[in-house]
Design a protein around this ligand. Structure first.
Ligand code: SF4
Length: 431
């Protein structure tokens, strides 16, 4: 039988939570169960805090009112990273009257050791409520439920084990990168390095909020985009390749032998958005690589038979975000392809990121995301400001709407091919 705090002779009164109890019904895990576990089995101080937190939450549900208000809480040397929460019903629920959240930056790629996780739990048991969320929507580790007095103590100890606060408010926000090439065979670049390079370079913008509004970087190793970069990041770096998809015909045959031709046609050939795949009579496949838009679908289905090409790099999209002034935006293609292998490549990425953030700081209105700035001033002005040449590969949607104007397109295309040929010639002579 579950340990009942009242049976333990615990003197505190357990707040009844009839409305929250409803949320434990059904097949899915419930956050209420987690909170109750801390209330019933946590350390003494964690139990008290959670009891009052649950009481306040149930009270909120009864009255359909939120009782948290903001304020200002920070740690020495930082202007952001703490989300202050003060209770308006502290007289009824005193133990959770201050319930601030520390946003802490996770390691790039979310790689932890169990030792570090245990240390984090110990710190939060000492100074906070015991409640930690891996990871919040912002990408941060959310250490939830701390008093103003303990905020600095918790931060100092987290800092000692190598962690730093993330972003909040009008600032560079905590970045996210997928697990990437450490674990995933589809990865097209070193996401972790790109993530660390850019965030280390721009860290001041995170700790001392001075931007017009939030600015987010996200790094996905391939077009599967496991960290939702294209629609959540102001600056999305997504891995891709520009040569041919690699095909292992033996594995293709094995796949077809195991699953059947019909299955392969239904799930791979006819699902290719550009009809670039054909299945031969001898159970091999062909891909028209000029038509392929690198969507990853066929590779996801036939993971052993197909894989990204060898000439890998990244595309950069700017301006993705959720609803705000002009509704949801997908990032717009600004750098169709760049290599990201050598130190020099990473320096170029770092420099470009810095220039985009500077542009944002100088030109965005208050409370405006960079996608909205581009919408307001027009894409040509943005490209000009960043000294980016228009390129036919800059598209809104693959193969449907190139945003380079198509009147006089032949002449423009001619110039583009000439420029590419010149660049190729320069590269060859430089080599
Ligand atoms: Fe078609 Fe996408 Fe495969 Fe390219 S990656 S061949 S577009 S399914």
């Amino acid at each position: 039988m579950k340990d009942d705090p009242q049976d333990r002779g615990d003197e505190r009164k357990i707040h009844p939570t009839p409305l929250l109890d409803e949320l434990e019904d059904g097949p899915w895990p419930s956050f209420v169960t987690g909170l109750k576990r801390l209330r019933d089995e946590g350390s003494e101080s964690n139990r008290k805090i959670m009891n009052d937190l649950l009481g306040q939450l149930n009270h909120s549900y009864e009255n359909r009112m939120g009782y948290w208000k903001g304020g200002t809480v920070s740690v020495f040397g930082y202007g952001g990273g703490i989300i202050p929460r003060f209770s308006e019903v502290a007289d009824k629920f005193p133990e959770s009257k201050e319930f601030h959240t520390l946003r802490v930056m996770p390691p790039a790629g979310y790689h932890y050791t169990t030792e570090i996780l245990r240390k984090m739990c110990d710190i939060w048991e000492r100074h906070g409520s015991g409640l930690i969320a891996f990871h919040g929507q912002s990408g941060d580790i959310m250490f939830q439920g701390c008093t103003t007095e303990n905020t600095q103590k918790a931060f100092d100890e987290l800092n000692e084990i190598g962690f730093d606060l993330g972003g909040a408010g009008p600032a560079l926000r905590t970045a996210m990168s997928c697990v990437g090439h450490a674990r995933c065979e589809q990865s097209c670049y070193d996401e972790v390095r790109a993530h660390r390079t850019i965030i280390n370079k721009l860290l001041d913008e995170m700790h001392r909020p001075a931007l017009p509004y939030k600015f987010k970087f996200k790094f996905s190793g391939c077009a599967n985009d496991c960290v939702n970069a294209i629609h959540r990041a102001d600056f999305a770096v997504i891995g891709t390749w520009r040569d041919d998809i690699k095909i292992n015909q033996e594995k293709v045959k094995e796949h077809i032998a195991a699953k059947g031709r019909k299955y392969t046609i239904d799930t791979v050939v006819s699902m290719c958005p550009t009809r670039a795949i054909s299945l031969n009579d001898d159970d091999t496949i062909e891909i028209d690589n000029k038509s392929c838009v690198r969507c990853m679908h066929c590779i996801n289905v036939m993971t052993k038979a197909l894989s990204p090409g060898d000439d890998r790099g990244v595309s950069i999209m700017i301006g993705g975000k959720r609803a705000l002034k002009i509704g949801d935006l997908m990032g717009i293609m600004v750098v169709p392809f760049m290599k990201l292998e050598t130190d020099e490549d990473f320096e170029k990425l770092e420099d470009f990121a810095e220039r985009v953030v500077e542009f944002f700081a100088d030109n965005a209105l208050e409370h405006e995301r960079v996608g909205e700035t581009i919408d307001r001033i027009g894409l040509p002005a943005f490209l000009e400001a960043l000294d980016i040449e228009p390129d036919p590969n800059m598209v809104n949607h693959p193969r449907t709407s190139c945003y380079v104007r198509t009147d006089d397109f032949d002449e423009e295309a001619e110039k583009w091919f000439e420029r590419k040929a010149r660049e190729a010639g320069l590269q060859i002579s430089a080599e």
